[in-house]
Design a protein around this ligand. Structure first.
Ligand code: ZN
Length: 325
């Protein structure tokens, strides 16, 4: 099983050997504490290489999963930000449904201190036993979860209870293959090209060896997806989001409710945009929207001036994340 293999030590850059993996983010619930008819409680699914990662699991997440092309059986990991009801009350329902569906694949749940008591305690009260391997692991800021093809870094957020953000970053992938250079070196077109592209040396018929560095450009950055809610604007989120492909950030309030946002330790949409701008994020999705907003207009005021690519997430919205060049 892939999974939690170490803390704080970040390995040297590894080459990402499988170059064309689709990645898709699906917003399952985009409301804040109260669900509305149009917005469910927080949850985001990220699909990559046949596996699903779930960020938070608000009440109703399992219903939302039925409306989109995300197979619950593929959920390998649930990453919980904090122990407020709107982010965790969907966990029991999801576990019950996975059990009834006959799941056999293992599931890992990560979250802040208390997640283990909450999940295992609730299961005890409900007399819920699952037939698959379930592990619940508490994590702290600075932890890095090493997975096949990517790492997830855990960072602190600024909320009314201990809250964690998660930054998923793919390993570097090989640079672009230089066809002319390969031909000039006498590498025959065919399987040898593929091996060089995957980072292996090849032995030519005349006895010469050609190394990948001779035919590949600079290694390319992997995609980086950062999930930061619930939180007031904080430096840790800016550092964690540096250069991200996508930042999903708390935008509970419109800019005129800044005082309320401070009091409740949330962010306004403009504050989220300022963070994304400072972190040089490519794409910002605003979520955790207060039930008071039935239209996007008040939330978007002043946002696009800071970050033209910013969008307000809505339930069941899905977004493909292209590879980086
Ligand atoms: Zn919340």
């Amino acid at each position: 099983m892939m999974g939690f293999t170490g803390r704080r030590a970040r390995p040297a850059l590894r080459l990402f050997r499988n170059p064309a993996l689709p990645m898709k983010i699906t917003f399952l619930g985009t409301s804040s504490a109260t669900p509305t008819l149009r917005r469910g409680l927080p949850a985001v699914a990220l699909q990559r290489d046949g596996e699903v990662l779930l960020f938070d699991c608000g009440e109703g997440t399992q219903m939302q999963l039925q409306k989109v092309e995300v197979r619950p059986s593929r959920i390998a990991m649930l990453l919980v930000t904090h122990l407020h009801g709107d982010h965790v009350t969907g966990i029991m329902g999801l576990l019950m449904s996975l059990k009834l569906a006959g799941r056999t694949e293992p599931l890992i749940i990560h979250g802040p201190a208390g997640i283990k008591d909450y999940v295992l305690g609730s299961m005890r009260y409900l007399r819920l036993r699952v037939d698959f391997a379930l592990s619940v692991e508490e994590v702290v800021p600075g932890d890095v979860l090493h997975r096949a093809g990517y790492d997830i870094s855990v960072f602190p957020l600024d909320h009314t209870v201990p809250t964690l953000g998660y930054a998923l970053e793919e390993n570097m992938r090989p640079g672009r293959f230089n066809v002319e250079r390969a031909r000039a070196l006498g590498v025959p077109e065919g399987p040898m090209w593929g091996r060089l592209q995957r980072g292996d040396c090849v032995l030519l018929p005349d006895g010469r060896t050609v190394a990948p560095a001779e035919v590949l450009g600079q290694p390319r950055r992997g995609r980086k997806i950062v999930y930061a809610l619930d939180t007031a604007p904080c430096r840790d989120a800016i550092s964690a989001a540096a250069g991200a492909s996508v930042l999903i950030h708390d935008a509970t309030f419109a800019p005129e409710e800044e005082a309320l946002a401070r009091q409740r330790k949330h962010s306004t949409s403009v504050e989220a945009a300022a963070i994304a701008q400072e972190a040089a994020v490519e794409q910002l999705y605003l979520t955790h929207i207060s039930a008071r907003y039935t239209h996007a207009a008040p939330l978007m005021r002043g946002v696009r001036r800071l970050l033209p690519t910013a969008r307000i997430a809505h339930d069941l919205m899905d977004v493909e994340i292209p590879l980086r060049e």
